[in-house]
Design a protein. Structure first.
Length: 93
């Protein structure tokens, strides 16, 4: 049988279901129980505590830059060890 393509995690809700991730405004993670650690402000995403983050770090390709490591943390949980794609809170993790 054909294998089903796994979608990338949304940087906001960490869901891997089909939705417009660049327009997601969810206040809850994909499980519909856990509040998101980040929020969408216009087209940007920032942490609820106001910390500025690197959106590229959340994407499957990651961010190769080393001049703003302070912005490299997960939108799902705030840890620096991984981005949204590898967050333990993500759908299917």
């Amino acid at each position: 049988g054909a294998s089903k393509k796994v979608l990338a995690a949304c940087a906001l809700c960490l869901g891997r279901f089909a939705h417009k991730v660049n327009e997601c405004h969810s206040d809850l993670l994909w499980d519909q129980r856990t509040p998101t650690a980040a929020r969408r402000i216009g087209k940007a995403i920032e942490m609820r505590d106001g910390k500025i983050l690197c959106i590229d770090f959340q994407l499957p390709r990651g961010c190769p830059r080393t001049d703003h490591d302070i912005r490299h943390f997960c939108t799902g949980c705030g840890q620096h060890a991984h981005g949204a794609q590898d967050c333990p809170r993500g759908e299917g993790r």
